[in-house]
Design a protein around this ligand. Sequence first.
Ligand code: NAD
Ligand code: UDP
Length: 328
Amino acid sequence: MKNGKAKHVLVAGGAGFLGSHLCDALLAQGDHVVCVDNLQTGHARNLRHLENEPRFTFIEADVIERLPARALPKQLDRVFNLACAASPVQYQADPEHTMLTSVMGTRNLLRLAEAHGGRFLLASTSEIYGDPEVHPQVETYWGNVNSTGPRACYDEGKRAAEALAFDFDRAHRAEVRVARIFNTYGPRMRADDGRVVSNVITQALEGADITVYGDGSQTRSFCYAHDLVEGLMRLMAHEGEQPGAVNLGNPNELTVAELVERVLGMVDTRSTVVHQPLPVDDPRRRRPDISRARALLGWQPRTTLVAGLQSTIAWFSELMHQPAASSY
Ligand code: NAD
Ligand code: UDP
């Protein structure tokens, strides 16, 4: 046990890309972990290595519904809510479910934390800043979100979830932490999730056209998964006064065209770039101001883009060469 007393932790969305890395990190520090996931965008493959881990339990359930009390442990010290499809393609596939996952799911999990006297962390998103007019984005910026557009089910759902979480905290019903996560990538992303990193890498590995939406001048700032998970754990462990929402991400901003260039420089491929229309309400630029996380948590990303891309490319490459590649 590296971090004092072992805790009993629930991770909603723990079969997903980030959630599964979080489960691994919590187990590595000696905690007991219950993962709740409906496997909508997550995958049992992400947790297979934990099959014989006595401190790990998996419950297949939808957080929109009340969780089956019988299946849950008596003690819960921490509740992480990462449950929610995160890529635009996936969260727009069933917008009603996405909105309810954020609102009803967060409410159910907040109530669970309240009932157990546990601390709750919401995985919120940079999307709550919408197409930002303030750059880089600071936590005090209230955002520029289109409440009627196709991204609203996600953006407004997360904004409502933040509101609920802070109301629980103000009423002393549960101690709350809110992380605003910026674009994160790494092993265990789904090849078919439609995000730019997974698309570009799999397209390059397959020798397929590289799809750049718009002219590729829009920017994002990409954080490696392990750095991000470290930030989530530090924020959850943070003691003292309510710190407010905290941006977690890598301030290293680049255009989509630059990202493509980097990947093409790292994969031996015959792929070439094709341009496709920019999705509706696609933010023009995004970069986190992480001063608050630095000061409060002593946290900042450590993995360079090259190192992060190398391990992500290696992972996708391995996945594509597995016999059951059809299910990746
Ligand atoms: P992911 O899709 O891999 O993981 C989400 C997990 O939640 C999946 O395992 C999915 O099956 C599960 N899930 C979805 N709806 C559910 C429901 N109603 N009940 C139970 N389980 C449900 O995505 P991710 O990239 O790992 O994102 C994890 C969290 O972090 C999400 O809440 C997302 O909004 C947030 N986030 C991620 C990023 C990023 O770049 N990866 C950026 C900002 C915010
Ligand atoms: N994008 C792209 N090609 C793709 C997928 C995405 O050019 O195949 C662009 C997308 O339009 C956006 C950026 O890459 O400007 C990041 O998209 P992603 O879906 O990864 O994340 P988000 O839009 O949620 O930041």
